[in-house]
Design a protein around this ligand. Structure first.
Ligand code: GDP
Ligand code: ZN
Length: 400
């Protein structure tokens, strides 16, 4: 990683370093202000956005906050900095991996040591996270402050558009707090009929999301992609390898005419190694396209594992959540308990078999993660399953 250091004297401060061009939003001031109230000692620190996390090293962009509200006593630090670390105090108070900065985070830094030191994280507007492989109850944030998540699929007739994967991804998107856009790429390879069917399925699975069918190759429908995100917003592409994420990123890079300040082209273009390198690198990074759109890319996001709470699960299956309210037992698992409205709907045909199966699969996976993440929950869960099997035995007895 390059250890770039710039000071105001060296850097032509232009559009490339306005807070807004790095995703600063009006409501970030409120977050900053709240932090100042809570920790008055942070008054002399200044906001920066995390662009890269590489183990304990961070790369930061420090936009120019001079003349902005709340920027009073803080010294100006402007530029890109590699090799930044969290302060000792920060490390000491962090309770787990989720408390450490992630790409996309706004942090407060001090610049006394030359290289900025990370002192605090501004509250996250949204966060994409997952359980870390092999560890218990450790949530790791992969991307923070994402405005739009693009769930990318390919209509190439193979297994690249599977409703089950869409449903799983929707849960994650839903839990993150970011808006969601479902992209059905490679529409050029599908017949009109296949395309309509896929669109229809996706819209039914994601009634609250933006759904577009397009082709990165022919350019058809690309306006649907660029309409979903604007310059200064942060996006994130999620999808299996080969569905066309790189192609779509390049399309987004050209979708908006860049504003003045062409020094940003140097760092703004998607460099070949940004795209190719991601197959080998383990780091997550936030980068800016020529169009001013910000993107966060991380191998962990692309190979996504499910992580979230039941609320998100129910959000992805609104029709089942609605039915579940009429089940006799509040904690009905819809697997044969008496008075289950979900099973009734299934039998009457009002609920789709495949939706029900997908829900159960996800619910089990979810329960597994929750169980794993909390010992007490595990005991409670065991208890519950004991009760269920007892109940089932009783039901069987009754039937005899
Ligand atoms: P990624 O792994 O998701 O980043 O996928 P890539 O962007 O590398 O694309 C994988 C392959 O699909 C490449 O050979 C692309 O040229 C091709 N591809 C991408 N988008 C389209 C499309 O809309 N139509 C067709 N026919 N091929 C595409
Ligand atoms: Zn039920």
């Amino acid at each position: 990683m390059s250890r770039t250091q710039s000071t105001i004297a060296e850097t032509t401060v232009n559009e490339a370093f306005t807070p807004e061009s790095w995703g600063w939003k009006q409501d970030c001031y409120a977050a900053w202000s709240a932090l100042l109230d809570e920790k008055p000692e942070t008054r002399s620190f200044v906001p920066a956005r995390v662009t890269v996390r590489e183990r304990h090293d961070y790369e930061l962009v420090c936009p120019d906050f001079r003349g902005r509200p709340l920027f009073e006593s803080a010294p100006a630090i402007v530029g890109r900095f590699g090799g930044a670390r969290v302060s000792g105090r920060f490390e000491f108070t962090a309770a787990g991996p989720a408390d450490f900065p992630a790409p996309g985070d706004w942090v407060l830094v001090d610049g006394e040591a030359g290289t900025p030191r990370i002192q605090a994280i501004l509250p996250r507007r949204s966060a994409l996270s997952r359980a870390r492989a092999g560890t218990v109850s450790d949530e790791q944030v992969l991307a923070s402050n994402v405005d739009v998540i693009f769930l990318v699929f390919a209509l190439d007739g193979g297994r690249n558009f599977l409703l089950r994967f869409l449903e799983r991804a929707l849960v994650v998107a839903r839990n993150s707090g970011a808006a969601c856009c479902v992209v059905l790429n490679k529409a050029d390879l599908a017949t009109e009929e296949e395309r309509e069917r896929a669109l229809d399925e996706a819209r039914r699975a994601a009634p609250y999301a933006n759904v577009v069918a397009l082709s990165a190759k022919t350019g058809e429908g690309l306006e649907g992609l660029s309409a979903a995100i604007s310059s200064g917003e942060t996006g994130c592409m999620l999808g299996k390898s080969g569905v066309g994420k790189s192609a779509l990123v390049n399309a987004l890079a050209q979708s908006v005419v860049p504003a003045q300040g062409h020094s940003l082209a140097r760092e703004g273009r998607v460099r070949e190694d940004d795209l190719r390198g991601r197959h080998t690198t383990t780091s997550s990074r936030l980068y800016r396209l020529d169009s001013g759109i910000l993107l966060i890319d991380s191998p962990g996001i692309r190979e996504l594992k499910l992580w979230g709470d039941a609320e998100g699960l129910e959000g992805a299956f609104p029709e089942i959540a609605e039915l579940a309210e009429r089940c006799r037992f509040a904690d009905c698992a819809h697997e044969g308990e008496p008075g289950c409205a979900v099973r009734d709907a299934l039998e009457s045909g009002a609920l789709d078999q495949s939706r029900y199966r997908a829900f159960l699969d996800l619910a089990k996976e979810q329960a597994w993660i929750e169980r794993r993440s909390d010992d007490r929950a595990r005991r409670e869960n065991d208890q519950k399953w004991k009760q269920i099997s007892k109940l089932q035995k009783e039901i069987k007895k009754e039937r005899r």
